[in-house]
Design a binder for this molecule. Structure first.
Ligand SMILES: Cc1cc2nc3c(=O)[nH]c(=O)nc-3n(C[C@H](O)[C@H](O)[C@H](O)COP(=O)(O)OP(=O)(O)OC[C@H]3O[C@@H](n4cnc5c(N)ncnc54)[C@H](O)[C@@H]3O)c2cc1C
Length: 311
């Protein structure tokens, strides 16, 4: 696809054609983006949106910790909010943070200021924009519990502020209107003892190191946990977790090409070194097929599969 970059003028951020994307994702494989734009600031982003052809596809990606970028790449433009959108400001029990900031930076700032409730974010890889979009969560807490409001810019360049209830946030879900880009958010915690917060942060870190393949090329949980209603209608215990189903169908350690379901946490998929995006997706599809055949239950992908397959 020819996105006419030459028509886009006076941009201060970086605009890259045929940008490597998959290689920079957590899985370290997959295709390129036709165009990648990293705005210098909000004004730059608005100027770009104003000039970028409305008919061309546009999407935003954070750290790509929850994505498979398909081998054929992404048509149109990918926006990435980096350092320019990573300011963090504390005011009482509220913290305003740019959507490009890392979850870990927000968690550290909260602990440093004695604000409790945001520690769970410390070990979740990715940016604040991605965390809101995925309603990311861990250890019984999720973004919607601590999000006060989030602002996003629409394709037409208007900024809108959403309360969590406007976004209908639920388990790993947020209903943001199409093509909106979160630019910043306000989180709210509660005053707590800094020592206790530090201890909780460390406890979570150790738990994660023990249970997840965090040093591998992975994308976190491959499939979401099924709801108790879904499990019940398949005649399964309502508390059954997805990893247990994967284990029961022989998924632990299963390999297709260079893709493997982790031995350590069998709902995590890993690139053993030579995986293509299509190996990863085929492995996920094989797991889904086995669970459907054995238990009559359709697993829902948590990982987003983005872009085009190679023909
Ligand atoms: C080792 C490992 C452990 C993980 N553990 C957890 C865990 O415990 N809990 C959990 O919930 N997740 C976990 N994940 C998954 C992942 O970290 C989260 O989903 C994270 O929130 C993704 O953020 P990201 O910036 O990488 O988003 P991306 O993967 O880049 O994008 C995810 C989605 O968010 C959208 N998005 C990104 N930025 C914006 C924005 N500014 N505005 C609008 N939409 C946006 C993208 O379009 C895409 O649809 C884990 C992943 C890994 C690799």
């Amino acid at each position: 696809m020819n996105v006419s970059v030459t028509k886009i003028l006076n941009i201060r951020g970086s605009l890259i054609e045929k940008a490597s994307l998959g290689e920079n994702s957590w899985f370290r494989c997959g295709g390129n983006a036709d165009l990648l734009f990293k705005p210098a600031d909000l004004e730059d982003l608005l100027s770009f949106l104003n000039q970028y052809e409305k008919a061309k596809p546009l999407m935003v990606l954070g750290s790509m910790a929850n994505c498979i970028i398909r081998d054929g790449g992404i048509r149109g433009c990918v926006i990435h909010l980096g350092k320019a959108f990573s300011d963090i400001k504390v005011d009482g029990t509220k913290i305003t943070v740019g959507a490009g900031a890392l979850n870990g930076s927000l968690a550290s700032a909260a602990v440093k200021s004695g604000i409790g409730g945001l520690e769970f974010l410390s070990g979740i890889p990715g940016t604040i924009g991605g965390a809101i979009c995925m309603n990311a969560g861990a250890y019984g807490a999720e973004v919607k519990d601590v999000l006060f409001e989030a602002s996003a810019v629409g394709r037409e360049g208007h900024v809108k502020t959403f309360k969590p209830e406007d976004l209908k946030m639920s388990y790993r879900y947020c209903q943001l209107p199409d093509e909106y880009i979160f630019i910043n958010a306000v989180f709210k915690g509660k005053i707590e003892d800094k020592g206790k917060l530090r201890a909780r942060l460390n406890e979570m870190k150790v738990k994660r190191q023990q249970s997840q393949p965090i040093s591998e090329k992975t994308g976190g949980s491959t499939f979401a946990n099924s709801t108790s209603k879904e499990l019940k209608s398949a005649g399964l215990p309502e508390t059954m977790r997805t990893w247990e189903l994967i284990d029961k169908v022989g998924g632990r350690g299963l390999k297709i090409g260079g893709a493997q379901m982790s031995e350590k946490h069998c709902n995590f998929m890993i690139n053993t070194g030579s995986a293509t995006a299509s190996d990863l997706e085929n492995l996920g599809d094989e797991i889904r097929r086995r669970v459907r055949d054995e238990f009559g239950l359709n697993l829902n992908w948590e990982i987003k599969r983005i872009g085009e397959k190679l023909c």
